[in-house]
Design a protein around this ligand. Structure first.
Ligand code: APR
Length: 264
């Protein structure tokens, strides 16, 4: 069993306290425009490792070596090995029940835009619509020297010879947001607009330590909008006024919430 698969089994899903679920379900049922924001914890029960915490990737690897332009230039083969493994894991893994609960919520409530820090594509794989990828994705790669040649698909043959090169000769870099880079302007401004206009925000599986994603629920709270947090661990968001923090895993509580709201 791979390390990723181990992670998906290490999560304990305790029985839920009905009161909090009912309260969250009432908030979802009453809301007109919900925005969902997810982090790496959303993918954990599908077997994708989180970045921080006991079993996080950044305990085993140095982020600056693997997720920065300097890291890619310094050792492109190592970085591409790492992304090849991550992409392979994401392609082989399946969305858990929590993703399908989000699809049901979108169908029930109309299209809820979903903002994610994740690059694994699992939301789209489950059929979640209108996904705003703040940190890019693992679907394409582009020239590290921005030569202007169009980006390429990150498919198997790209990895035959590492590091993959652009037709201009420079090495390619995955189209994820690397440390020190700006986030995609369109995605970010839309995320801020949604935080500024929703009447309920759900924050699922993020440690709330990376800006600007971590500022989105604060924008909503400042407007008097309630936030539902789903995370088995406490975060800086958990104890803020206006936050209903469900100390559960995404894969276990999202289906419960949908059942409580829609009876399905
Ligand atoms: N369900 C819900 N939340 C979970 C689960 C689960 N099954 N398992 C873990 N979590 C929570 C953890 O408690 C933690 O708070 O998910 C969170 C994951 O936090 P991080 O690993 O820091 O991931 P994230 O917040 O998405 O990181 C943000 O940092 O390194 C960068 O670009 C990377 O997008 C990433 C960003």
């Amino acid at each position: 069993m791979s390390a990723e698969e181990d992670f998906s089994r290490s999560v304990v899903t305790e029985p839920h306290s009905g009161g909090l679920i009912a309260e969250a379900a009432d908030m979802i049922g009453a809301a007109g425009s919900i925005v969902v924001s997810t982090g790496a914890g959303m993918s954990r029960e599908s077997g994708v490792r989180t970045f921080r915490g006991e079993e996080g990737l950044w305990k085993e690897y140095r982020a600056e070596d693997l997720a920065s332009i300097e890291g890619i230039r310094k050792d492109p083969a190592l970085v591409w090995e790492w992304y090849r493994e991550r992409l392979k894991a994401c392609q082989e893994l399946e969305p858990h029940a929590g993703y399908y609960a989000l699809v049901s919520m979108q169908n029930g409530k109309g299209i809820l835009p979903l903002i994610t820090q994740n690059v694994d594509g699992l939301h789209q794989k489950a059929g979640v619509k209108d996904v705003i990828e703040l940190h890019g994705n693992l679907r394409t790669a582009s020239c590290i020297d921005s030569c202007g040649v169009s980006r390429v698909q990150m498919t198997g043959d790209l990895f035959e010879k590492l590091p993959p090169r652009c037709s201009c000769g420079s090495i390619l870099r995955p189209d994820v947001v690397l440390f020190g880079e700006q986030l995609p302007e369109q995605a970010l401004s839309r995320a801020f607009r949604l935080a500024d206009s929703c009447d309920l925000m759900m924050v699922i599986g993020t440690s709330m330590v990376v800006y600007p994603a971590s500022s989105l629920p604060l924008i909503a709270l400042r407007r008097g909008v309630k936030v539902i947090e789903i995370n088995p661990e406490e975060t800086p968001l958990s104890s803020l006024d206006g936050v209903l923090s469900l100390r559960y895993t995404a894969g276990s509580v999202l289906p419960e919430l949908v059942k409580a709201v829609y009876g399905v």
